[in-house]
Design a protein around this ligand. Structure first.
Ligand SMILES: [Zn+2]
Length: 228
């Protein structure tokens, strides 16, 4: 067990879906609830206190390098000390391996976009350069949004795409995506308007959500109080 500011990682044995090898990888088994003090940015990610926490969202096979969301790996009862450990890879790089695995297995562009977005967040949490991650995420997200077969929450991802555009200083693209968000996205109108204003004023800096929006969107109990 490794505890980082109330986040708990546990070394766990998993089975690789590609080659059936057993290996051990850190898995995030508990995390503190979101409160007023939790830092959430306007691209709707929770800022984590250490790069190893986010990188535990993906697992990389020790035998064949297959890398994907850890939730896609079955756990195994063999003790983690008895199987090879996942290769020691720099944290953001695990997401690059996952994008590669996704491409090799014809994963949907939305998965690739979200992996790259996590690579961006992880690179920032690691204090590393992150611009290329945003570009990659934007390219894949654009493809996902153009896929007419895809049935996801399109409005929500237009919002995320708007934020990606704003962060890479494509302010026109940001506004073009924000206007497509709509009520089906279940996102507060205030949030969309705030980010639209930042875009039109040419602000490309990551923005932290104000406390009342964190409560409204991420604290269900508090949300009930507000509705009452
Ligand atoms: Zn494998």
């Amino acid at each position: 067990m490794q505890v980082i500011q109330e986040f708990t990682l546990k070394q766990t044995t998993v089975v690789c879906p590609a080659c059936n090898s057993l290996f051990s990888t850190p898995v995030l088994v508990s995390m503190p609830d979101i409160t007023q003090a939790t830092v959430i940015e306007a691209d709707l990610h929770r800022v984590l206190p250490h790069q190893s926490l986010r990188s535990s969202l993906v697992a990389m096979c020790a035998a064949c390098n297959y890398t994907w969301w850890v939730t896609a790996f079955k756990t195994h009862l063999v003790k983690p000390q008895l199987v090879p450990a996942t290769p020691a890879s720099e944290c953001p790089k695990k997401f690059a391996h996952a994008v590669l695995t996704g491409r090799q297995n014809q994963a949907h562009c939305l998965d690739l976009a979200l992996l790259a977005l996590n690579g961006y967040w992880c690179a920032r949490e690691a204090g590393e350069p992150h611009e290329r991650w945003l570009d990659l995420s934007g390219q894949e997200m654009e493809k996902a949004l153009k896929d007419t077969q895809w049935q996801g929450n399109r409005g929500y991802y237009h919002y995320v795409m708007g934020e990606i555009c704003r962060l890479v200083q494509d302010f026109k693209g940001a506004v073009a995506n924000f206007v497509k968000v709509g009520p089906q996205s279940m996102l507060p109108l205030e949030l969309i308007e705030r980010q639209k204003v930042l875009s039109t004023s040419g602000d490309h800096n990551p923005a932290i959500l104000p406390v009342h929006l964190v409560e409204l969107m991420f604290c269900p109990n508090r949300q009930l109080e507000i509705i009452k």
